[in-house]
Design a protein around this ligand. Structure first.
Ligand SMILES: Nc1ncnc2c1ncn2[C@@H]1O[C@H](COP(=O)(O)OP(=O)(O)O)[C@@H](O)[C@H]1O
Ligand SMILES: [Mg+2]
Length: 257
């Protein structure tokens, strides 16, 4: 039995520089197994870069990423996913000339288990059902609309059978009905025991699904707490003042629930 509070992910003093720009600045946080942790912050705050450091697209300039007790700093994404850490991309990029099924099979083969093509197809069909895309399985990925492409992206990540899933703005560009459906998928993934770190600008949805929220601003972690604490944190509201629309939505949520 795993201890309830075991940290599946520990980010320790992570800094990522691009030349003179410090995109992520000495960020430290823990993610307990089974939680949904929301990651918010204004555009350019370093959220996607932090994901890229966690899943190995970039090595950290300084600091360490510990996943399931293993220091994976500087590992390649291909090796990180085999350990059970998968992610979606803010800009979805399916293989448009392959079918939906083939796209997800590729995700299964990339994952941490070794599969025959037949096994990969079984997993792909299962996760396509999970994200409600079974009807589209034999269509070309290029023919999907935005909401369907986001669900395909999630299916590809899930096909690798992750213990930890990083979701980068999976609700962006969706209409309210599609957002509600996607939130249900996210909650269902967590029910299966997958831990989730989610970047999101759709504040109301994020505040509803997250157990805890961390806030990045200019690469630095400026706040950490429950959704309610974050929505009422003056530092957070100030960080969003450069983006009045986001600040307004944050405060609307604080008034709401
Ligand atoms: N590959 C890169 N090379 C140089 N600068 C980058 C690169 N990736 C991101 N940045 C810069 O790092 C900062 C953080 O970007 P990003 O992580 O995409 O922010 P967010 O996801 O919070 O909007 C931005 O100033 C961005 O321009
Ligand atoms: Mg981003």
């Amino acid at each position: 039995m795993m201890a309830a509070q075991e940290n599946i992910l520990q980010v320790k003093g992570v800094t990522k520089r691009f030349g003179g720009l410090i995109a992520v600045n000495n960020v430290t946080f823990d993610l307990p197994r089974g939680q949904i942790l929301g990651l918010i912050g204004p555009n350019g705050a370093g959220k996607t870069t932090l994901f890229n450091v966690i899943n190995g697209v970039y090595a950290p300039t300084e600091g360490h990423v510990i996943f399931k007790g293993t220091d994976i700093s500087g590992w390649q994404p291909y090796d990180v996913v085999k350990l059970g850490l998968a992610r979606t991309h803010q800009i979805v990029r399916p293989l448009n000339d392959l079918t939906v099924l083939e796209n997800v099979m590729a995700g299964a083969c990339y994952g941490h288990e070794h599969h025959s093509l037949k096994e990969a197809q079984g997993i792909a069909d299962e996760v396509l059902g999970f994200v409600n895309l079974s009807e589209r399985r034999d269509m070309l990925a290029g023919s999907l609309n935005v909401a369907q492409k986001k669900r395909l992206e999630m299916a590809r990540a899930l096909a690798s059978r992750p213990y930890l899933l990083l979701l980068d703005e999976v609700l962006a560009g969706l209409n309210p009905t599609e957002i509600a459906e996607m939130v249900q998928v996210v909650l269902k993934i967590r029910e299966q025991g997958v831990t989730i770190l989610i970047i999101e600008h759709v504040m109301h949805a994020l505040m509803n699904v997250s157990d805890r929220v961390i806030v990045l601003d200019y690469g630095q972690l400026i706040a950490e707490g429950s959704p309610e604490e974050i929505a009422n944190d003056p530092k957070v509201i100030e960080a969003y003042l450069g983006d009045p629309d986001l600040a307004k939505r944050l405060m609307e949520n604080a008034d709401g629930d």
